[in-house]
Design a protein around this ligand. Structure first.
Ligand code: AMP
Length: 117
């Protein structure tokens, strides 16, 4: 069953300019900004501007242009970090740890990140 998008979620408010963010990148389809509670020295969130609840919703319902742009942006942000070591995470659904139900990719870097569990 497709989750219903909550238009009042915190990332929707950031996109509307109702909540501030530390912007890293923006284009027609994508916004990237620093996580407010970083788990690493670099902790960036990349989000599509359109409304998708999670990775599954995004990959099943977004256009190829949106999906392609999104992953290109993730790649160009990691390139700008000028490090080879980083972690990409997306939590898909509450049981995975997703707490904001607007699809986002975490980019983590800047310290040894250890084993993922
Ligand atoms: P997840 O638990 O995978 O859904 O990740 C949600 C992330 O959003 C967490 O890492 C939070 O720290 C982050 N977050 C929540 N509110 C804000 C905010 N206002 N600005 C930036 N990041 C936020």
């Amino acid at each position: 069953m497709k989750a219903i998008y909550d238009k009042q979620n915190v990332f929707a408010k950031i996109l509307k300019g109702e909540i501030p963010c530390k912007k890293v990148y923006e284009d027609e389809h994508v916004l990237a900004f620093n996580d407010i509670h970083p788990d690493a020295p670099t902790h960036i969130l990349v989000i599509p501007k359109n409304q998708y609840t999670c990775f599954s919703d995004f990959t099943q319902n977004a256009s190829e242009e949106e999906i392609g742009t999104f992953f290109k942006v993730v790649g160009s942000i990691t390139k700008q970090l000028k490090v080879d070591d980083f972690r990409l995470v997306t939590n898909n659904g509450a049981k995975s740890g997703q707490s904001v139900f607007h699809f986002h990719m975490h980019i983590l870097s800047g310290k040894p990140l250890g084993k993922f569990n």
